[in-house]
Design a protein. Structure first.
Lengths: 343, 343
DNA sequence: GAATCACTTCAAAGCGCTTTGGATAGCAGA
DNA sequence: TCTGCTATCCAAAGCGCTTTGAAGTGATTC
């Protein structure tokens, strides 16, 4: 059943039927009701492809998920971000178009998705420090918004980011205040912008405390549980092992916890651990009280807000760019404690 | 630049240009080259909306992600499944259309997405035992495939599932063989089909060992880390605490580990833990050797295969249904060991 | 020289909607 | 009676592509 058939059965024009169904004012209420009843009766649903062609709007937002054959790893925060964004999309009548593309194909995938009408806007995930995607999308002249930032990119663009530098600076400072001066860093991959900024924050806190950075207790890598585990074991072998650790996510923190427990060290007493907590839904940081002392910011909320900002940008007549910088919140758990002189 | 403009510049018909670009044989090679060059020069990209309207194919697969306001939790395996499926889609020229919809809206979202042309097929996630979506989609007459099964549904449908019953039966049997006879179950939500089947497998193994099931050491709930933790603490308070635990995912298993370590119990010696391992990319079960003894099946591979099966079904002239039942593999880790008489 | 054929190319008809620019009718006001 | 207005409704023109059915061109065959 399409619009033409429906209008024929009703002895009305397609115009009137279309307007009746879409809530336009210039149609008699009695007619509207008649149309609505018939639409229900014949189980009529407008064809979305035709509608988007006619309106010029896809009502769809593209997300392109890079996927590298080597790592095979999905971004930890991806699912929760998507869930948050998806929620907002559905309340605004949008849906989400995901493309999982290999690293090397990513730019062409953007082109394919973006150039002509498949989506009305794009969200860029996990920007690297000098991310080529940003200039590329700006060229394509399609609204887009970056979750995170790309420090080395000069093209202006819309973004939402957490102040990663300040977050980790604050966290590191907290450990310094507890008396720790030998603090290890178990960071994400530092080609990623967020990881670089977190490293900056860590270094900055050390510097202002007059402590020289020591590369032998700093790690950078893909944030899974074994990475946290092996890095920790490794750091504990150091000639002068750290008394506190800072890590980029709750996932490696779980690995840290495993390593420490295996070595018989108690978190918060023998060694302090501070992590960044994205509030991943299935790995909450404890139920009532937090377990890990953490810098916390909800990635789900970030997804929600990114979606809102992008939709605003799409719908605004003058598409000025939007940026938003959030601060992570320090929450105190049981994984940190003052430096004991005995250690 | 659209097809008409491009064809005007080339002094060719739209037909010829379209055919040249889409690789049809009835076009002179010299012409084809001329068209291809011009397309590149003017940066021409076909409008996807128009194309899908004309061809009747959306080249897109829908995934509908239920989202309940209470739980806010994303399915643990979602990201990896999506990554696997997305890989296959992109090699076949499809993309993925995700809708995150509230539980109560889900059926209407299917209708909206499916009824008319937004997608060529649908993947159903996390089926419940008597899932209304299946009959609904069958009615809509659109190809769809269920990841998992719905025991109580009588409508025939395509699915790919792991033999959850056998998996957990095998796992439980392994614990029984180690001498355990007091085995707790920390299951997923049993309104979900997979959780129900796992419960069945657990019960079946106990039954064949002549052991009566004891509801006081069986739990069902949403699989996050604190759920594993609190359930374990709870089970340890039992008058006759279990000497072994079976759990539905590596995520609650992490909570179990935390609880046990907090109680000073060593996994594999004082208490045995067996989990189901979906091979989630950022929570691998150890690096080289497995940590948890587990029933293992890759959800990413499941995503890949579901995508393949659905695409086959979409493209086949006679859309017969496809089903596939996989077996999980028992891997032995360090989290299990023989029952010590002392405990 | 006419007929046949392969090879190219094209005009035009969709696909199913939205939206523009009237048309028509009824009614009040002049 | 005529005008102007409002409330309804409609015909037709897109949106930008694919695809059908046909036509033009040489070359080949009879």
């Amino acid at each position: 059943m399409n619009l033409r058939e429906l209008s024929e059965r009703l002895n009305l024009s397609q115009t009137t039927v279309s307007r009746a169904l879409n809530g336009y004012p210039e149609v008699n209420e009695a007619t509207r009701k008649r149309v609505a009843d018939a639409a229900r009766l014949y189980n009529y649903r407008p064809n979305i492809r035709a509608r988007t062609l006619a309106t010029g709007r896809a009502m769809s937002i593209g997300h392109i998920i890079p996927f590298s054959k080597q790592s095979e790893m999905v971004n930890i925060v991806f699912a929760d971000f998507i869930a948050g964004a998806g929620e907002v999309y559905s309340t605004h009548g949008y849906n989400m178009s995901l493309s999982v593309v290999r690293d090397e194909d990513e730019l062409s995938a953007y082109r394919g998705v973006a150039e002509k009408g498949a989506v009305d806007g794009i969200i860029v995930h996990s920007p690297a420090r000098n991310d080529p995607r940003i200039a590329f999308l700006a060229d394509l002249d399609i609204p887009f918004l970056v979750h995170g930032r790309a420090s080395e990119v000069t093209t202006p663009y819309s973004w939402l980011d957490v102040n990663n530098t300040r977050a980790i600076e604050t966290g590191t400072q907290y450990l310094l205040d507890l008396g720790h001066h030998r603090i290890g860093l178990i960071n994400g991959q530092e080609r990623m912008d967020f990881a670089q900024r977190r490293r900056d924050g860590y270094l900055s806190a050390l510097r202002s405390a007059g402590i020289a950075a020591d590369e032998t207790i700093m790690r950078s890598g893909e944030m899974n549980e074994p990475y946290g585990y092996t890095s920790t074991l490794d750091l504990l072998e150091n000639d002068s092992p750290p008394t506190a650790l800072v890590t980029s996510s709750i996932v490696p923190a779980l690995g840290i916890r495993r390593a420490l427990e295996e070595r018989g060290l108690k978190m918060g007493r023998d060694i302090s651990v501070l992590c960044y907590d994205d509030e991943i839904s299935y790995l909450p940081n404890g139920c009532d009280a937090p377990i890990f002392t953490a810098m916390r910011s909800s990635v789900r909320n970030a997804g929600r807000r990114c979606a809102e900002m992008l939709i605003e940008q799409i719908n605004s007549a003058t598409p000025e760019l939007r940026t938003e910088l959030w601060d992570a919140e320090l929450v105190i758990g049981t994984s940190t404690g003052p430096l004991l002189s005995s250690v």
